[in-house]
Design a protein around this ligand. Structure first.
Ligand code: GTP
Ligand code: MG
Length: 720
């Protein structure tokens, strides 16, 4: 039922101009078996492929396959100890020689990952033949990027060896949960040994949490077990769930080369989202952009590549020396370098000692390697096999997508110590033993993009965040993040988003601030946006958005530039303020507060004063010499008049009048108040200057009576 597509890789390792041919697997007859070399076959997705071995790009027929979207695909890492027959198995299954470097052939050891395509009626399997030597574990990890299942090869004679365990552990740490188990070189072992080994490796896989069918004994010499192995891989593909599409492409670059006519070409495993010819990509870190000029999957030119595929990308706008292995292609702005990562981490079960916080290690993800220091947050050491949430502090900032799997290794001894996945790719130093920090990380670990956005919005409160930052922590494209935000009730404010809870708190806080303002400044119609923003310590854009939201809900109203609570009635409060101001002057009597003190810069209170003065309730008495005014309540002036008449009943002539000093003493006030008061009394005709003294006009004319004072006051009012 299987047919294999052979990728004939050239010596210098270019997938770009690789040839494609179809070969038959041993004992694999079936209705979908390809007719003959050179024929065009129609596969499940309905895309004609040319299975002729003719060059797809250079010379001859160039056949563009529109897309392989409908194909079911699976990336399977071939893992196991050195010399356990991985490359031989891949060759036997696909016909592809993956040990293509001169050095690999000379030494009979795989050094770098090799790639081969295995097709079946179910779809296509990308086999990644990983090097088994302990010196090449780092290369193994870089090749393991994006694998969703493993094919474990164990020598039937030798059985489980260190890298059998380490590779299984790495697969487990990066989240692989399914696989196919093969015993190799069965021709060299007795049936008893094969049976014993089978039980051992089934147990080892189970310990690593990898679910697999029965162990398949194989020999590439006799061909035994190969059809069963191919069938098991095909079954694995059949039951594969479609890969997650996060809406943005992520392609960790593993090779860079240049091809005449195509310019700069990079290869890698495309992850997370599709890539199409014409797309603009950013090279992260670094931020350069380039355009996708062409795409190939296993040597076939395509217009669009789906996530999960080994992909070669020809780039326009970037030179060979401007991009390197370890960088990644992504959507512009999607990835941003950060020196701190929050991670979900599991210590390798094979460790002899607990992994101490502060351990200096090497972080490997995608095709990137960087120095990192482990910062444990809730404990001092991580026991073998234990999991927690922690931080990585990096030697240099890295750009990595959220949820990306990673591995931690020590340099010496050279061992894998932990692995896991990225929770927050743009973190900062977090407090240790802080329940809130741990709760956030637990929510990130347990949830998907929506949970990640909720956590970040919660951390940022009213400050909110730009869409791209939220897309980054969610590990999805900005458009997808926008969708999640709107479903979660977040509010867009300018170019930022604020969480629903934070926005509700902003509404409450704004209403409270308006209430305070109305209480403190009852004469004001409301408060200007700028002043309210200052009081709330918020950017004006945020305050404005909250006010508009409250206005739409009918909770606030706006008049000119002033905002107020809807139920606040400035007219009612104006008379209230005037009443209060009147009280102030009434109580102060002949020792009133300064105008500046009583009014300040409050426009409404000034208006109230104008009203009170206009109404004659408050009298503005002016000291012309000092050029200053004093405000007296009308009643205070009336009582002063009465007391002056009582105190100076003979003040009818220049000789019998009273001195300003005497008037001050009688009324118990200083010159500051007595001079303007007397000038007011003169001006309103209650008194009259006679040399140094003053006579009381009413006494002089004999009109003094019980209402003399009131008449004077009314005169005074008209004077004002
Ligand atoms: N007799 C016998 N020898 C085999 C079989 N499969 C592989 N070998 C031999 O085992 C040796 C190692 O095989 P490889 O396929 O290179 O091993 P590998 O696992 O790819 O090794 P690394 O990539 O270096 O880790 C080679 O000499 C093979 O010829 C088999 O089924 N039977
Ligand atoms: Mg090999």
């Amino acid at each position: 039922m299987l047919r294999c597509v052979k990728i004939a890789l050239s010596q210098n390792g270019t997938a770009w101009q690789d040839k494609l041919s179809t070969i038959d697997l041993p004992r694999s007859p079936g209705p979908d078996r390809p007719a003959a070399h050179g024929a065009t076959t129609r596969r499940r997705g309905g895309f004609p492929i040319r299975a002729s071995g003719a060059p797809l790009v250079d010379g001859g027929t160039v056949e563009m396959i529109r897309s392989v979207a409908a194909l079911k695909t699976l990336l399977v890492g071939v893992i196991g100890h050195v010399d356990h027959g991985k490359t031989a198995l891949v060759r036997a299954l696909t016909g592809v020689e993956t040990d293509r470097l001169k050095e690999e052939r000379a030494r009979g050891v795989s050094i770098v990952p090799g790639f081969a395509l295995l097709t079946s009626g179910q779809g296509e399997i990308d086999l990644v033949d990983l090097p088994g030597h302990e010196r090449f574990v780092r290369a193994m990890i870089s090749g393991a990027t994006g694998m969703r299942a493993v094919l474990l090869a164990v020598d039937a004679h030798e059985g489980i060896k260190p890298q059998t365990v380490e590779h299984l552990e790495i697969a487990s740490l990066i989240g692989v949960r399914r696989g196919v188990l093969a015993l190799t070189k069965a021709d060299l072992a007795t049936p008893e040994t094969v049976a014993a080994r089978a039980a051992e490796i089934a147990a080892a896989a189970a310990r690593a949490g990898i679910e697999a069918g029965p162990v398949i004994a194989t020999s590439t010499v006799t061909g035994d077990g190969l059809p069963e192995l191919a069938a098991a891989l095909s079954a694995l593909l059949a039951e594969t769930e479609p890969g997650r599409d996060d809406g943005f492409p992520y392609l960790p670059v593993d090779r860079v080369f240049s091809r005449p006519g195509f310019g700069t070409v990079v290869t890698g495993t495309l992850r997370r989202g599709p890539l199409a010819v014409g797309d603009t990509v950013e090279i992260a870190p670094g931020g350069r952009t380039a355009t996708v000029r062409g795409l190939q999957i296993h040597g076939r030119a395509v217009e669009r590549a789906e996530p999960g595929r080994r992909t070669a990308v020809a780039l326009r706008g970037i030179d060979l020396d401007q991009i390197a292995r370890g960088q990644a292609l992504s959507l512009p702005g999607q990835l941003a370098p950060s020196p701190w990562l929050d991670v979900a981490i599991t210590a390798a079960a094979s460790l002899s000692d607990a992994l101490a916080g502060g351990t200096a290690c090497r972080l490997l993800f995608g095709t990137t390697e960087v120095e990192a220091r482990l910062r444990l947050l809730d404990r001092d050491a991580l026991e073998p096999g234990a999991s927690t949430r922690a931080q990585l502090h990096l030697g240099e900032p890295v750009a990595v997508p959220a949820r990306e799997p990673f591995v931690l290794r020590l340099d010496s001894p050279s061992v894998t110590v932990a692995g896991g996945r990225i929770l927050d790719p743009a973190s900062r130093r977090r407090r240790r033993h802080d329940p809130r920090v741990m709760a956030d990380l637990a929510a990130l670990a347990a949830g998907g993009p929506a949970a990640a956005i909720t956590v970040r919005l919660g951390q940022l409160g009213a400050a909110g965040a730009p869409l791209i930052d939220l897309a980054r922590i969610a590990g999805v494209a900005p458009d997808w993040a926008r969708q999640v935000l709107s479903e979660g009730g977040a509010r867009a404010i300018g170019d930022r988003f604020v969480g629903a809870a934070a926005f509700e708190a902003l509404r409450t806080g704004t209403l409270a601030a308006l209430a305070h303002h109305h209480r403190d400044y009852p004469m004001e119609h409301g408060i200007a946006l700028e002043r309210l923003s200052r009081a709330l310590a918020l950017p004006e854009a945020v305050t404005g958005a909250v006010l508009r939201d409250l206005a739409a809900a009918g909770a606030v109203a706006q008049a000119a530039a002033l905002w107020r609570r809807a139920e606040f009635d400035p007219a009612r409060n104006e008379s209230e303020a005037a009443r209060r101001l009147e009280q102030v002057f009434r109580r102060a009597g002949l020792n009133p507060p300064d105008e500046a003190e009583a009014i300040g810069r409050d426009v409404r209170r000034r208006e109230a004063l104008t009203y009170l003065v206009g109404a004659g309730t408050v009298i503005r008495a002016v000291d012309r010499v000092q050029r200053r005014a004093v405000l007296f309540h009308r009643e205070a002036v009336d009582s002063a008049k009465a007391r002056l008449i009582d105190a100076f009943p003979t003040a009818r002539t220049a000789e019998t009048g009273f001195l300003a000093r005497e008037a001050g003493a009688t009324l118990g006030i200083s010159r500051k108040f007595s001079i303007p008061l007397l000038e007011h009394l003169d001006a309103t005709g209650f008194t009259r200057r006679a040399g140094d003294r003053r006579v009381i006009v009413a006494l002089e004319t004999g009109r003094a009576g019980p209402d003399a004072g009131r008449r004077g006051a009314q005169d005074g009012a008209s004077h004002s």
